[in-house]
Design a protein around this ligand. Structure first.
Ligand code: NAP
Length: 479
């Protein structure tokens, strides 16, 4: 903690906000203030943008191998400092240390993956259909980017954007969530140590997101926005990006269906449910939000899930043996409480959990609700907490229709032992990703992203770098 930077990172230097403002960073397990970090305003954002714009041309000319090796070095440093980074993340975000260590590895992997992609950016050439003209196709960085990240995966949401941006030759301004600025500042320090030139990455921590980001989006010098966060804020930023026709990637909210058929292996289904629901205390865009369980197995599934959920240990993430840390803040917890109260009012039965504990910290117990009514608010709201809401269904057509009856389409989970059904149901789900007999889809080597109002574009995989590249084609007549 003592060595973690708390200032803004602009043009390779650590600086205070121009007006000297700072903001507190809280520990959600105790409600106490961990430290204060610089609170950037519009002037600081302009300085960060200027640094990114100035660095762009030279960075675009930097050899792909050099860009690749910076990422590779940063990957090694992150892994070497796993414990330190995990403690930092747990202290500002709350997740248990074991999960934080998992996120460090996941986050680092984006740097390794994109260090490999940096040297595989392909162009092309060919004869045009008229037989006379030749085409040379090249790919170039889109230009200075604005990256906006949420608090739930403070390190990985950063590396998933910074990795491809560095690999593609883009400079950037990163605005992390105000709840979790420390992980991003630590990441900037690591990239500097790994040899990233000044100005390529600039980090502005702020409690004044609109004031900082809107002028950048409207100003015309930022050429790309990569945003991860809620659909509501995504919509606003899309509108702001329209003015200067800024290219956008949007990783937005989800409302994942988790479907358990009558022929599912219930061991797999319950294991999958524990991951899909409880990763990050349910504070994940990929979290299973609606459990559709076939009428014939719902009782057993509910009982087994409630047993597993009820056995989890809730407490501060830094304590040994804890499985479930606090939620991010009191606002987040109040939302979960309201959603559970609404479901219960409409007839849901609480199999386990459902009561907020006394005392400090934003804790909420793992909860299983069954007999949830379809008009409950949590059916069309991201719960973002450790609450599994179970409904029943009787046939495949019906469950597909209900699963798709939402504006979101990030991920779905399907549990069945029948190959035909597995494929046909997965193909009919309106989602960008499907976990088939598994509760975990995230992988740096796979294209992560959603359809409908869950987003635009993909992060990770072979296509992740495309989001940061433009095509240029050159035509040459040959006589
Ligand atoms: P959020 O409220 O949308 O905030 C996300 C980021 O946007 C934060 O840094 C936030 O800063 C910033 N922001 C908010 N208003 C802004 C504005 N007017 N201009 C510029 N920036 C603005 O989301 P969250 O509560 O942090 O994160 C949870 C959401 O993220 C969920 O919906 C979840 O599903 C989604 N998510 C999606 C993915 C994915 O890959 N699809 C991954 C993780 C999370 P402030 O807090 O200061 O406003």
């Amino acid at each position: 903690m003592t060595d973690t930077p708390t200032q803004l990172f602009i043009g390779g230097a650590w600086v205070d906000a121009a007006d000297g403002a700072t903001m507190p960073v809280d520990d959600p397990a105790t409600g106490e203030i961990l430290c204060h970090v610089a609170d950037a305003g519009a002037k600081d954002a302009q300085r960060a943008e200027e640094a990114a714009v100035q660095a762009q041309e030279e960075w675009a000319r930097t050899a792909p191998r050099a860009r690749s090796e910076i990422l590779r070095r940063a990957y090694e440093i992150i892994l070497d400092r796993t414990d330190e980074l995990a403690h930092l993340m747990t202290s500002e975000m709350g997740k248990p240390l074991a999960e934080a260590r998992g996120e460090v590895a996941y986050a680092a992997e984006f740097f390794r993956w994109f260090s490999e992609e940096a040297v595989r950016i392909e162009g092309g050439n060919g004869v045009l259909p008229d037989g006379r003209n030749r085409m040379l196709l090249s790919r170039r960085p889109v230009g200075p980017c604005l990256l906006i990240t949420p608090w739930n995966f403070p390190l990985a949401m950063g590396t998933r954007k910074i990795g491809p941006a560095i690999a593609a030759g883009c400079t950037m301004v990163l605005k992390p969530a105000p709840q979790t600025p420390l992980s991003s500042l630590a990441l900037a320090a690591i990239l500097k140590e790994a040899g990233l030139p000044d100005g390529v990455l600039n980090v502005v921590t702020t409690s004044r997101a609109g004031e900082v980001c809107e002028p950048l989006l409207r100003g015309g010098r930022i050429r790309k926005l990569s945003f991860t966060g809620s659909t509501q804020v995504g919509r606003l930023l899309l509108a702001q990006s329209a003015e200067a026709v800024v290219r956008t990637s949007m990783e937005l909210g989800g409302n994942a269906p988790f479907i358990v058929f009558e022929d599912a292996d219930l061991d797999k289904a319950v294991d999958g449910a524990m991951v899909a629901k409880m990763r990050n205390m349910g504070e994940a865009c990929t979290a299973a939000n609606r459990f559709f369980v076939h009428t014939s197995v719902v009782e057993e599934f509910g009982r087994r899930l409630a047993e597993r959920m009820g056995a989890l240990v809730v407490g501060p993430g830094t304590r040994d043996g804890v499985d479930v840390g606090p939620l991010i803040d009191r606002v987040g917890r109040a939302k979960v409480e309201e959603l559970v109260a609404d479901a219960v009012e409409r007839g849901a039965r609480v199999l386990v959990g459902g009561r907020t504990p006394e005392g400090p910290g934003c804790f909420y117990p793992p909860t299983v609700l069954t007999d949830v009514a379809s008009d409950s608010r949590l059916m069309d709201t991201e719960i973002f907490g450790p609450v599994a809401a179970i409904l029943t269904f009787d046939d495949a057509d019906e469950v597909v229709r209900r699963a798709n009856d939402t504006p979101w389409g990030l991920v779905g989970y399907v549990f069945t032992e029948g190959l035909d059904r597995a494929l046909s149901v997965s193909e009919r789900l309106e989602v960008g990703m499907v976990g088939l007999n598994t509760g975990l889809v995230s992988n740096p080597a796979a294209p992560f992203g959603g359809v409908k109002q869950s987003g635009l574009g993909r992060e990770g995989g072979r296509v992740g770098i495309d989001e940061f590249l433009e095509y240029q084609y050159l035509v040459v007549p040959v006589r």
